[in-house]
Design a protein around this ligand. Structure first.
Ligand SMILES: *Cc1c(COP(=O)(O)O)cnc(C)c1O
Length: 353
């Protein structure tokens, strides 16, 4: 399918990388392709960036018929642009689509939307160390009818924006609050799908954690309210007595691509990795007896986020004296090394543009 390109008449001024706020500086163009039942995907196009025209009765506005993805384009030392595991994002979007009864998008079409848009916006891919172009593909249900059904008219849209280094002052540990009242997702719900509704459900706890001085919440499972699941937009991992522990993909945890990549690297390095149910109690006990050695979050935005403090109710523990641990640092260096093309890529995770 040929992508029609309509260029913006005037181009925006590109912001300095050091002044970028995450997700605010959208570029000059966006990609859109329509889907209609009976016709399939049609009219892929790159058009000037701007508001979407949406009927006020569109399903996405009332019933959160929306799924999304997040990935990045990186510039290597030679100035070439590359993507990190983009097909994994597309496969995950199609899994989310299945859960929300939205149409499957062919891998080549979804990928072309990403690569052709990044090519048009190549001057927006930052050159500065640690900065990148964030890519946000999303799919929305647009049928203009208030009945609760899946839409017959859907759009897949891609927008991009330059983002600065997540930790401009260097990798810094974050404080995490274990949430005991609100839940993000339950098995059988939409926790394994990357869909806006999960985030709507997370806003209240996130807001309250921030007011208490914590950067994000650690969710517990919705049934027992005992087992840890994930943090905001990150999966979590712990090093306990030399072993790596992470919650298994039980249906309510998102299958993170950074998680997947970390587990592969850890196994390559010979660590014993356990993907299983982990109670908050087990972690606090490990902290008390001195075996909770490291904790970190994994996600595309921050790549690796060291966790320096964990709080639940009145209990509070600091991890590794609030310092970045050895494995945390090694994962960060290796993954960012692969993403920016500084180290070898033995698993073929990189796709040059
Ligand atoms: C996107 C996301 C993650 C991280 O996934 P990556 O593919 O590593 O970026 C983790 N949890 C949730 C809820 C997410 O939406």
């Amino acid at each position: 399918m040929e992508i029609k390109i309509t260029r913006a008449e005037t181009l925006k001024e590109k912001p300095e990388s050091s002044k970028l706020v995450f997700g605010k500086s959208m570029t000059d163009h966006m990609f859109i392709v329509d889907y209609d039942e009976g016709q399939g995907w049609h009219d892929p196009r790159i058009v000037p960036y701007g508001p979407l025209l949406i009927d006020p009765a569109a399903k996405v506005l009332h019933y959160a018929e929306e799924i999304f993805e997040g990935l990045k384009a990186y510039r290597d030392a030679q100035g070439k642009i590359q993507l990190f595991r983009p097909l994994d994002n597309i496969d995950r979007m199609n899994k989310s689509a299945e859960r929300l009864c939205m149409p499957q998008i062919p891998q080549d079409l979804a990928l072309a939307g990403i690569t052709e848009l990044v090519k048009v916006e190549r001057d927006w891919v930052p050159h500065e160390e640690g900065a990148s172009l964030y890519i946000r593909p999303f799919m929305i249900g647009l049928d203009a009818q208030l009945g609760v059904h899946s839409s017959k008219h859907v759009q897949y849209v891609v927008v991009v924006c330059p983002v600065g280094a997540y930790y401009p002052e260097g990798l810094a540990p974050v404080k995490i609050f274990v949430e005991e009242r609100d839940v993000r997702a339950v098995k059988g719900g939409t926790g394994m799908a990357k869909t806006g509704g999960n985030y709507a459900a997370s806003l209240r706890a996130g807001h309250q954690a921030e007011q208490k001085g914590y950067s994000q919440v650690l969710w517990l499972d919705g049934v027992h309210r005992k087992y840890i699941e994930e943090v905001g937009a990150m999966n979590v991992m712990f090093k306990v007595a030399g072993k790596i522990l992470t919650p298994d993909l039980n249906g309510s945890v998102l299958d993170g691509i950074t998680r997947r990549s970390c587990l592969q690297l850890l196994r390559d390095w010979g660590y014993e990795v356990e993907e299983r149910r982990i109670s908050a109690e087990e972690l606090f006990q490990a902290a008390e007896n001195g075996t909770l050695e490291e904790a970190w979050g994994t996600g595309t935005a921050a790549v690796i986020s060291p966790i320096g403090e964990l709080a639940m109710g009145e209990k509070k523990v600091s991890i590794n004296h609030n310092q970045i641990g050895e494995v945390t640092r090694k994962l960060y260096d290796q993954l960012t090394g692969i993403q920016w093309g500084r180290v070898a890529d033995p698993h073929n995770w990189i796709m040059p543009l």
